[in-house]
Write a protein of this length. Structure first.
Length: 75
């Protein structure tokens, strides 16, 4: 399952970021999106892109194309 498949308010655990290139993976990890971290999808923008997520108490906006590459597992 990927991050965009969650429903608003649903939580999951980040499973893998390996599909991303190294520099992009590093940026996400600096922002707090780490493997095994719990992430909650808060909402989608009116046109569906970007989406807002909460991870470790921080709210982030993530492009849909990027969120499609973040593997998660349901809690």
């Amino acid at each position: 399952m990927v991050l965009t498949q969650l429903s608003p308010g649903q939580s999951a655990r980040i499973k893998d970021l390996n599909a991303l290139d190294r520099s992009l993976r590093r940026k996400l990890m600096v922002m707090g999106l780490l493997p095994q971290s719990e992430v909650t999808l808060l909402r989608f923008a009116p046109l569906g892109d970007p989406l807002q997520v909460q991870c470790q108490g921080i709210c982030l906006s993530v492009q849909k194309s990027l969120a499609n590459q973040i593997e998660v597992e349901s809690l």
